[in-house]
Ligand binder design. Sequence first.
Ligand code: FAD
Length: 387
Amino acid sequence: MPSNESKPTLTVVGAGLVGSLLSLYLARRGHTVEVLERRPDMRRETLDAGRSINLAISTRGLHALRQVGLEEEALKHAIPMRGRAIHPVQGALAYQPYGKDDSQHINSLSRGWLNQFLMTQAEATGRVRIRFRQRVTQADTAAGTLTVQDEATGETREVRDTVVFGTDGSGSAVRQEFQAHPGFHATQEPLGHGYKELTIPPGEGGRFQMEKHALHIWPRGTFMLIALPNEDGSFTCTLFLPWQGPVSFASLQTPEALEAFFQEQFPDARALIPGLVEEFFSRPTGHMVTVKCAPWHVGGRTLLLGDAAHAVVPFYGQGMNCGFEDCVVLDSLLESRPGWEEAFRAFEQLRKTNADAIADMAVENFIEMRDSTADPRFLLEKGVEKV
Ligand code: FAD
């Protein structure tokens, strides 16, 4: 039997990037917040390889951090990427600057560091309690009731009469419960490609083995490799491949096939990834999905934000950035609107069109990154310099 529990004022489901930042925003408004996170505390335990080791934070995301006084500290750990370095199969690299001068850049940042930093900053407000190994299994989204399972003991309990913020990611359990409401619709479009993370370790004395201030791309048509720099001098590479087909995860089943593929397609990268075979066959292969749904809220009781409301594929580097922008927009609406329901309605009106547009642009940018970046006409148009 689930036991009842006296409720906190607000409940955030998921202490990922968006949930952690949102709880901080809500705490600054004077609310007491309980955050329910199904995973263990990543500050105390090493978790299995997750979504991506590093990610690109752009102006949109930095603005959200600035509003709560965290931009400066985040930037201390970020590596500016001022353009794309395009790696052909053979021949010289090409460099495509992101802007007219170096001030226009994106930043590579460790996902783990950022998530931990946000959780710690949220708790430091004294108003946020993050409870780990707490999986939300059911929700009555109209009543603001959650059924929560303790992953350590298996026991379930209920959190009642709360306002719920569903920031539990692209496979959101909270969103699932919206199905109970007539008129709710959701589409989940999986991409026909998966991804695998590989490592270029630091060189001697911790030096970067490729240009540090660039996002590296090996565009190859139906597939591509990218690499982002890390603070320790390493790069995290992500190989995007179709699931099926002549060149795909299905076709790379043996170390020999993998080795031959890398030697043929990415000879310069191959020389820098000593753990290729071990990493490729031991690390999980990631899935990518676009989620569109509506409505995003049930009255003034439950609201979806971040990937739970609008998961996008990563090729525009805007998933987290958009989720952070959600926090900024909601915060300003909570200031100007008289109640939760009005604020939630206005939030959806403002954000839904933008989120749908980013979702479509992210899919389009996959084609540009894996294909057009290698096109000589494209290089010319973008004013390419050689590096
Ligand atoms: P998540 O990060 O998925 O967090 C959800 C949290 O909820 C998790 O901690 C999870 O454990 C928890 N949870 C899930 N279910 C439950 C439950 N039932 N009960 C309790 N807790 C639960 N975005 C960028 O802006 N820039 C990039 O460069 C970028 N690169 C990317 C690269 C890759 C390969 C991928 C896949 C994505 C990338 N993204 C990037 C997108 C970014 O990762 C997401 O948009 C971002 O993580 C969304 O944050 P979130 O907090 O909404 O969801």
